[in-house]
Ligand binder design. Structure first.
Ligand code: HEC
Length: 339
């Protein structure tokens, strides 16, 4: 009896030793197909895929997903960074394959054609995946910017090529902190970095009274001001609200509203009704930014078509502040006179 057990144990040990030696020899021989243009064998594919999926799921388990992930401001801010940092590999609506997407193994999944669980996507974006092309973006980006990008990825499969381009244009381009400390490169005026739509201004320098009317660092704030105006004219009060800071102060016609709630409850509806379908022609604009603050002054001529068509000369100042990578309006001053 004892001899039989001994034999069984010895046989097992011998088998393991022979298998390990075989594996070591095979590894040492260099015969394994390591080229990225040659797929793994089925056994290795299954092993790597299972190990990756189990590990990602386990590591993402404790991550708390922000409750406002579907917010338009997050999605818009994330769009520019996706276009600048992810789209060469993960592609975008209407895009054909790229040199990177064709050449990498494992191939980067098309994020415009799939939904990824937000906690999983966040973990992968932050930490990357070893021995694949997927970098650890947490080395260079703060969590809030990463979440904005995850918010964008959540919306991406529902966008067509035009909607994708429009969001990227509104987003303020490639802007984020460095993920390590508090200072912020978001207001970088490097003309090569901006994919925001005001980058013509970047060429002319940014400082001093003789600078261009709209400085490049203010482009993301200007995009918010324009989106706000467009939303009012379209009667899209959800977007109007989304672009306002909760503590916004609105000065209008000699009166004041001292919070977003107060404005939304009182004047927003009336302003939208007044402007419904209005034709707004901008006659002048100046915009400046410094760090997380920007101010945008706009003069325009407004033709309304409502019950009493009117033409007004309107002037507007907006102050915007950036929190966690998102620009919102903190102050508005409107005045107008018959034009
Ligand atoms: C150089 C190419 C490359 C770039 C750039 C890149 N990725 Fe990836 N990404 C990959 C590859 C390759 C994989 C697949 C890894 C694997 O399956 O082992 C991947 C996987 C992912 C996944 C996991 C998808 C799933 O199936 O669960 C997410 C999410 C992701 N990337 C997000 C991003 C984001 C966000 C960015 C931009 C900040 C980005 N990636 C930039 C190559 C890239």
């Amino acid at each position: 009896m004892i001899r039989t057990i001994k034999t069984i144990i010895l046989t097992c040990v011998a088998t393991i030793v022979v298998a390990a030696a075989g594996l070591a020899l095979y590894t040492w021989s260099g015969a394994y197909g390591i080229g990225a243009d040659q797929p793994h064998t089925r056994v290795v594919t299954a092993f790597v895929a299972t190990a990756r999926d189990r590990a990602v799921r386990a590591h993402a388990a404790g991550i708390e997903v922000p409750t406002d992930l579907a917010s338009e401001a997050r999605i818009r801010q994330g769009a520019g960074n996706y276009a600048a940092m992810c789209a060469t590999c993960h592609l975008s609506p209407g895009a054909k394959s790229s040199e990177l997407s064709r050449g990498l193994y494992p191939a980067p999944p098309r994020l415009d054609r799939m939904k990824v669980d937000p906690a999983v996507a966040f973990w992968v974006a932050k930490h990357g995946i070893k021995a694949s092309g997927m970098p650890a973006w947490g080395r260079s980006m703060g969590d809030e910017y990463l979440w904005n990008m995850i918010a964008f990825i959540g919306a991406l499969p529902d966008l067509d090529a035009d909607a994708y381009r429009a969001l990227v244009a509104q987003s303020g381009g490639h802007s984020h902190d460095d993920g390590n400390d508090d200072h912020d490169h978001g207001d970088d005026t490097d003309p090569h970095e901006g994919t925001g739509h005001e980058h013509g201004a970047a060429d002319a320098g940014t400082s001093g009274a003789a600078g261009p009317p709209v400085d490049a660092g203010a482009a993301p704030a200007v995009a918010v001001v324009d989106a706000f105006g467009a939303a009012l004219v379209a009667g899209d009060l959800a977007t109007v609200k989304d672009l306002l800071d909760p503590a916004v102060v609105v000065l209008e016609g000699g009166g004041a509203e001292r919070s977003r709630d107060e404005y939304m409850d009182h004047h927003a509806g009336a302003d939208a009704a007044f402007l419904k379908g209005a034709h707004v022609t901008r006659t002048s604009r100046t915009a400046r930014a410094s760090g997380d603050l920007a101010w945008v002054a706009t003069e325009s001529t407004i033709h309304t078509h409502g019950a009493r068509p009117a033409t007004l000369a309107s002037s507007e100042t907006m102050t915007l502040a950036r929190h966690d990578g998102v620009w919102r309006i903190v102050h508005i001053h409107w005045s107008s006179q018959p034009g």
